[in-house]
Design a protein around this ligand. Structure first.
Ligand SMILES: C[S@@+](CC[C@H](N)C(=O)[O-])C[C@H]1O[C@@H](n2cnc3c(N)ncnc32)[C@H](O)[C@@H]1O
Length: 241
């Protein structure tokens, strides 16, 4: 961890600390079971071979890392800045010898990856960009560690357009905090944070701008798929492509 963590980073670390035990189930339920589907789409976009090494950034409790192994049989390094989320990922991996043989975990930051240039065949990152101060620099750092020709695939929340925006706003402003309160104090805080955080990303970095940043980071042939009325956005591209 950098010695001077930004307010945004400190908040992310505090917010995720109490969530890992219930994260998988609650995150799925709060998205009306859409987010497992979005994750599958991001994993499908990677197209790894069994001998490939994939870096899964912001791996959290290891859902994407495990899905990468399940879908492609590849090796995975899961990286996250939260020791608490990584502990849950470790428990998942240790409980399954097939995962334990293919996945290793590293505590680290997306902004400063502890890896050399082109060390990985492919890379995934999910729900990361809202937590970094400089998305453009972070995207460059993510692209740096992938070999030319390697795939980068991501998943982020999006903002539904048109008639769905107001029901979505009502759900994220009132529904999510209320549901969160039923689960725990930590989920109440996360529930209150999520809607405004998604809207801020959409305001500061609308999808066309995100795609430009991918290109500026040296990731070409970038495509995006908006899922569930735009609530989930999968983006993928090829380094040097
Ligand atoms: C909403 S969770 C998503 C976890 C997982 N990717 C998934 O699909 O369930 C966001 C994760 O990003 C991690 N994270 C946030 N900022 C990060 C950063 N700068 N570097 C590494 N991990 C970060 C958090 O610790 C958290 O585990």
């Amino acid at each position: 961890m950098s010695p001077v963590a930004s307010q945004r980073k400190r908040h992310a670390l505090e917010m995720f600390a109490p969530l890992p035990g219930s994260y998988d189930e609650v995150a799925a339920a709060f998205s009306f079971w859409q987010d497992p589907r979005w994750r599958r789409a991001a994993v499908a976009a990677v197209g790894a071979a069994p001998e490939d090494r994939v870096l899964d950034v912001a791996c959290g409790t290891g859902l994407v890392s495990a899905a990468l192994v399940g879908r492609w049989g590849c090796r995975v390094v899961g990286l996250d800045q939260s020791a608490a989320m990584l502990a849950r990922a470790r428990a998942r991996i240790e409980a399954d010898p097939a995962l334990a043989a293919r996945i290793s975990l590293v505590e680290g930051e997306a902004e400063r990856l502890p890896f050399g240039d082109g060390e990985f065949d492919h890379l995934t990152f999910t729900y990361l960009l809202r937590y970094v101060d400089d998305p453009a620099a972070t995207l460059r750092e993510l692209g740096r560690v992938v070999k030319p020709g390697g795939r980068v695939a991501s998943l982020e929340f999006g903002l539904p357009r048109g008639a769905w925006l107001w029901p979505w706003r009502l759900y994220t402003r009132a529904g999510l905090p209320a549901l969160g309160r039923l689960v725990s104090r930590g989920w109440y805080d996360a529930g209150r944070f999520l809607g405004p955080s998604i809207e801020r990303l959409d305001r500061e970095l609308p999808l066309p701008r995100q795609l430009e940043l991918w290109a500026t980071a040296g990731i070409g042939r970038v495509e995006a798929r908006q899922m569930s009325l735009g609530g989930g956005v999968v983006i993928w591209g090829t380094v040097g492509g």
